[in-house]
Design a protein around this ligand. Sequence first.
Ligand code: NAD
Length: 325
Amino acid sequence: MKIAFYATKPYDRTWFEPLAKEYGFDIHFIELPCNEQTVFLAKGYDAICIFVNDMVNAKMIDELYNMNVKAILLRSAGFNHVDIKAAEGKITVLRVPSYSPEAVAEYAVGLLMSINRCIHKAYYRTRDFNMNINGFMGMDLHHKTAGVIGTGKIGQAVIRILEGFGMDILAYDPYPIEGLPVEYVSLETLFKQSDVITLHCPLTKDTKHIINKKNIKLMKDGVYLVNTSRGALINSEDLIDGLVSGKFGGVGLDVYDEEEGIFYEDRSMDIVEDEVLTRLMTFPNVLITSHMGFFTKEAMEAIAVATLENAYALENGLPLQNKVV
Ligand code: NAD
């Protein structure tokens, strides 16, 4: 199988190159993202392999289909960046449903710890030999209430960690799981009663802007919000209004609605035009990272193995367990 591998970073080569040899796949690594301008590069390949900020819309699906590309191999669990409906009957879309839920869960809790105790700020102060701790006061998490939205694989890993901190855990999920150490409540109750809210649901039409003006109003003053799922779960402009009003103790974001073209790139010498993102960066209690919750050795290895196993299954007519439907 010949695979056009978009949005390649050095760490992708490290994990995919040796494995591709083992499987006998011919991978062509392309640094450019996959979009309307670059989709033509897939000509002559059997599959494209893409990451979270490579958008594949209906028009591109048709182009890929006409180029005889048979599969889209996602190096991610989320698939909101591909027009799945348009792909139906034309191109097989395969994803990596689970690689290391712990990687993302541990990172989400890391963000929470940082925004609560200002560790990221303290790092800069002490480097300057400014040992003043004014403004860094956080709260004990022990005996506080955490609200977990989405109790799938990552949500459950987060719950295990927060339980260890001695937190009371509320959860919301349309498909509750029995036996978790949580109390399932309505979204409204979760917003009203949580000291910490962490998002672990996928981006769908139901969850888009689940954090909005109305729901922010319901939240406790001083609430901590963490989003390691997808940027569009939050209405960023409403979040800014909430931050300006002083609603939030802290906000940790590993994802952002308009991250495509910015995250994973070095834009340090550019004039960034996104005024919402630049405004978010100005708040002292907001910590933004570049969609790196997944980024551990274990997760990278698992992503490479699962992606190429998906390709192998397709090539050999085996059952496609990770087909997105
Ligand atoms: P999962 O499919 O195991 O769990 C998702 C859960 O969300 C399910 O239990 C589902 O019932 C629930 N859900 C669906 N609709 C909901 C709604 N309207 N409200 C509340 N819950 C709802 O997925 P997962 O592996 O736990 O991943 C969760 C999300 O994390 C992914 O969709 C992806 O967007 C994100 N993610 C981020 C990173 C990162 O690097 N930051 C890495 C991997 C995944």
